[in-house]
Design a protein around this ligand. Structure first.
Ligand code: PLP
Length: 414
């Protein structure tokens, strides 16, 4: 009988979203007429922009003819997409990134988990708390942690608390770490990083030899023109940072699947005997061995994100969700709730009223307003007492949610 990877048994009972799903299903079974509005999972609701659909239709037609049919493509992505990414996401913002440093994939969730394959188990890891749960769980699966404590903090990970007290901007680690996850704009808090904040982290990584794993899945939601969109806008970052990007939220690709990881050739790690080793060829080897590329049709769709029409349509999509965020923010503030995020991010992060725990507030909102959000404590111990609402929804649902919030919470707080 084979032995299981015991590290999986250290994972907390359920990933956050299945637990939410269980509670919502149970509620709906008991209350079949309730019109539940889901502002929990950060999944997009609006259809793909027409420029992307047109490009994918054309690609489907190409697949129907012998002369233009494509089989396996390059594992790292087609040149047409890698070149468009470099041109529009990096060169346009003054970042020195080459097309062969871009690895196209089917999602940032997989990329942020898979990147751990190429790092030794002895590396120490720091991450923001609260945090996108995938960073924590994939480190647990890899065997880089001990057991979790009562608050869900795993032994062996360095947590960088982000709360209203520090403006959701974590301090540098007090003990040395090898890998640092940073997510900006942040899921779940909606916080963004200024140029100064990112410079602090890049300088820290340069001084200590750490590598930054920078997740910029929500960069399209940055509205403040002074804020950096990529960590490579910071001098020196291409020596110390890997960046993850996704088409899921800027272009509505959550179900279509396309993303990319940037691994500059200048980012270094060390071998067991202390020699310097570039990360790029190791990641290239991993990617080409374990991944066979994103479908041609989807990559043509992703390329269209950068066409003039595609850019405009994606910007409109982002604007629509940000308007939803504003509607939620104003509605919550009007009944005295402390609200964060929502300006440069599609998430509203709120302080639970009446000192309720995050899960108590989840149950309270579901039972009394038939609204589903995400308990802050599910993202980490420092998220306790907070709650996340997602702006990814139809306008009608968001407006209805605000009416229900005002009725229920206005009464609670009054
Ligand atoms: N990174 C963050 C911070 C996210 O919130 C998400 C999805 O919600 C992802 C990555 C996953 O993106 P993808 O759909 O590309 O797998």
């Amino acid at each position: 009988m084979p032995q299981i990877n015991d590290n999986y048994l250290k994972l907390k009972a359920g990933y956050l979203f299945p637990e939410i799903g269980r509670r919502v299903t149970a509620f709906c079974q008991e209350n079949p007429t309730a019109k539940v509005i889901r502002l929990g999972i950060g999944d997009v609701t609006e259809p793909l922009p027409p420029a992307i659909i047109d490009a994918m239709h054309k690609a489907v037609d190409e697949m129907a003819r012998r002369e233009t049919f494509r089989g396996y493509g390059p594992e790292q992505g087609y040149d047409f997409l890698r070149n468009a990414i470099v041109e529009h996401d990096f060169k346009a913002r003054g970042c020195d990134i080459a097309a062969d440093e871009v690895f196209v994939s089917d999602g940032s969730k997989c990329d942020t988990g898979n990147i751990l394959d190429i790092f030794g188990l002895k590396n120490t890891v720091a991450m923001q708390d609260p945090v996108y749960p995938v960073y924590v769980d994939t480190n647990v699966m890899a065997g880089r942690t001990g057991a979790a404590d009562a608050q869900g903090r795993y032994e062996g990970l360095t947590y960088l608390p982000c709360t209203a007290e520090n403006d959701f901007t974590p301090s540098l680690p007090t003990k040395p770490v090898d890998l640092i996850y940073l997510c900006y704009p942040n899921n779940p808090t909606g916080a963004v990083a200024t140029r100064e904040t990112l410079t602090k982290w890049v300088d820290y990584a340069k001084q200590t030899g750490a590598v930054i794993l920078f997740d910029a899945a929500y960069e399209a939601f940055i509205t403040d023109p002074s804020l950096p969109h990529s960590i490579y806008e910071i001098p020196g970052a291409r020596d110390v940072a890997i960046e993850f990007r996704s088409f899921s939220k800027n272009a509505g690709f959550t179900g279509t699947r396309c993303a990319f990881t940037v691994v500059p050739k200048t980012v270094m790690a060390k071998t067991a005997d202390g020699a310097q080793q570039a990360i790029h060829p190791i990641w290239n080897r991993r990617h080409t061995t374990k991944f066979n590329g994103v479908s041609y049709i989807v990559q043509r769709g992703a390329e269209a994100v950068y066409s003039p029409a595609g850019k405009q349509q994606c910007a409109d999509l982002v604007k629509f969700y940000l308007e939803n965020a504003q509607i939620l923010q104003h509605g919550l503030e009007s009944v005295g709730i402390s609200v964060y995020g929502g300006v440069n991010a599609p998430y509203i992060w709120l302080k639970t009223p009446d000192n309720k725990t995050s899960w108590d507030f989840f149950d309270y909102l579901l039972k009394n307003a038939h609204l589903v959000g995400t308990p802050g404590s599910g993202f980490g111990a420092s998220g306790e007492g907070y709650f996340r609402l997602s702006a990814f929804n139809s306008r009608a649902n968001v407006e209805e949610a605000v009416v229900r919030i005002k009725t229920l919470l206005g009464r609670l707080i009054a």
